[in-house]
Design a protein around this ligand. Sequence first.
Ligand code: PMV
Length: 330
Amino acid sequence: MPYRKATAIAHPNIAFIKYWGNRDDALRLPANPSLSMNLGDLVTTTTVAFAGELETDEVTIDGQPAGEAARSRASGHLDLVRDRAGLRGVPARVVSRNNFPIGAGIASSASGFAALTVAACAAVGLDLTERELSALARRGSGSASRSVPGGYTKWLMGQGNASSFAHSVAPADHWDLRDVVVVVSREHKAVGSSRGHGLAVSSPLQSARVAAVPAMLDVCKRVLLAHNLGAMGVLIEQDAVMMHAVMMTSRPALYYWTPETIAAIQAVQSWRAEGLPVYFTIDAGPNVHLICEAADVAEVEGRARTLPGVLDILVSCPGGPARLVEEHLF
Ligand code: PMV
């Protein structure tokens, strides 16, 4: 077969209304819809080439051969693309690079699987719609579905595989928000989100959260479209804490927070009381994401640097969709 190569970039995203738990683990059909913002300053670039001469898929991430778990997860995802293109058995070389540290509480799996999906489909000559690409990226990592469209995106629960995709609710330039990530740990989480999703159902709080989220998301989307940070911030904090309450009451229990996480939460509350409009959200890890408007980012970043245990601060503006680029990584 002809040797084809394609490169795509994708941004990770931060969810304002989170995805936690699946109604179908194999297809990654979520228990609830979710809403997020792509992070434009953070980029994953991935080149894929299908090459008959390879024995097996080769995956390199940030200059290192991927560990077996990551390699076989990428391979499983490439199989979905190969099956669609009628190319089962043709191995691929994948080289991926992030401009942000993996394991810093930024969902590199979201940008990773979004970029892999877009690049792999282009490399095999599959011309899919944005919806189809989003639904396909979802199979690699649920939140990757939200990194395919641009700006602020909503991932629909859908009826099944084809209808559970994300679409843009507003472009990146709709609202100049910032995500200021307070990195207090760089350790890889002991329990990854794929396993965590499977545990959600063991918490008696999960059904309450799943029942509450669609209405919360509708309001969150409305206030996002109206640029109302005060109303949105209350919802994103409540939803993040509801998700962590589910995690902490799962069997086995998942505690992602550390004392530094609580210190950041309390600091945000007191900064707000002093008049600084900033709100927190937290993914499956101890690092805290501070959401504010661009006009306040210098003040928020300066204060964030004084928090206990801060190792790093990453700041990002809203980002565009996953897309093909001309420069290849090999
Ligand atoms: O896409 P996953 O399986 O890595 O799950 C992401 C889960 C959270 O980051 C905790 C929430 C979210 O919606 O991004």
